[in-house]
Design a protein around this ligand. Sequence first.
Ligand code: NAD
Length: 480
Amino acid sequence: MTSKITVAYGDGIGPEIMEACLKIMQAAGADLSYDVIEIGEKCYLEGHTSGIRPEDWEKIVSNKIFFKAPITTPQGGGYKSLNVTIRKTLGLFSNIRPIQSFHPFVKTKHSELDLVVIRENEEDLYAGIEHRQTQEVYQCLKLMSRSGCERIIRYAFEYARHMGRKKVTCMTKDNIMKMTDGLFRKVFNDIREEYPEIESDHLIIDIGAARLADTPENFDVIVLPNLYGDIVSDIIAQISGSVGLAGSCNVGKESAMFEAIHGSAPDIAGQDKANPSALLMAGVMMLNHLGQVEVANTIKNAWLKTIEDGIATPDIFSEVSTSKVGTQGFVDEVIRRLGQQPEHLPAATTQQTGGEWDLTESALTIQERKLEGIDVFLYEENRDPEYIGNKLTELSQDNQLVLQMVTNRGIKVFPNGNPQTYCTDHWRCRFKPENTSGALSQKHLMSLLTTLTENNFDIIKTEMLYSFDGELGYSLAQGQ
Ligand code: NAD
């Protein structure tokens, strides 16, 4: 059955490489029809802040499958990332980047690299919720949900199970971010139990990234929160030989978007120099996703044979290459090899992604949520913690809530701070009831806030402190 997709040619090298890919896919017999839409620089400059015209959303939403060339984001403020908008609007929670080296046909220091980075796509610091709160301090909110973690981690294990991968490695910084990254790791620990046949381990992201860059052959599937996944997948693509070789897909429950991992390369646009391979590999992933597995394998094998024969665009041309070709020449060489198998590199055996995968989510357990206090964030230019701490202690004497501590950038500075600690103009002041027997209500918190405001404290924001089934739902201060 013909699959209807949406296609965008993008900016820079986008039109050249998209045309190249569609030509190869057509020659291989891909059964596709498409709506073409315009996205990127022109739409941004027309005043569409997300880089897409409103009427084109309908095509993306109804066709569900989006094959996208890279776009240029104009310099300057006010432009929103089209990718982030598409991922969130369509619920594309999973970003998959299979990365492989093609030694000895493409130069790389890592001859046995063959791994898949699976990155959470919607949460973490990419929620884009940022505020400037004082003269000195800016914040970005890191939001992670249990369901978000579960979706991506289950996807990673299902991917390993169905694609014949042996191991899933999780990387977080849960030694520092015990609640957010801690949640990701906890969900990983829960879900790995359901996949006993798959080896699994966890590494702290700093040493994990270092080992990845050094010995990538020891890794198989890697599942990561959004920011770490973004960074790690680019490092791996680069050390595999070229960012011009890796494709990626963004998958949700209903829709999916397929693209190259590189950008629009304006420096080589229109010069017949661009390597279409990354977008072509994204196209192969798309055909697999659509169930056109045979055509996907035919294209991948012809492409592998082209690489083995030493046919190279300028970005991967080296002394091991036999012929330097432009984008068009490369396309012709791949088309000429359709139906051939690689002789040295492993032939494509990819199975359909997402077909029979079990992505059911566990029901959320509702726990007893108890209000235990409040963190009040203040803007105060007087940088003396004793001044602030003593004044707040005095004020809270008439209130049910008393000051527990003051921190500055997370470090406890009152009571018993260290005079060497550098303080900004941004203070977090924790208040809890003196007597824990009575129930604390929002009313008590409001009364405290009124008292603070009446005494000229400048409140920037508040965070309620809750426990869940008796477990603290907030971190303790460093030094507490
Ligand atoms: P880039 O990936 O476009 O280019 C980096 C370098 O890699 C350049 O030297 C380029 O010539 C080379 N390169 C990239 N793709 C290549 C290919 N297929 N063949 C040969 N060489 C290739 O990154 P950049 O220069 O930082 O960004 C350029 C523009 O792309 C920016 O406007 C950026 O916002 C945008 N961008 C878009 C996406 C996307 O649409 N998904 C992703 C990243 C960057």
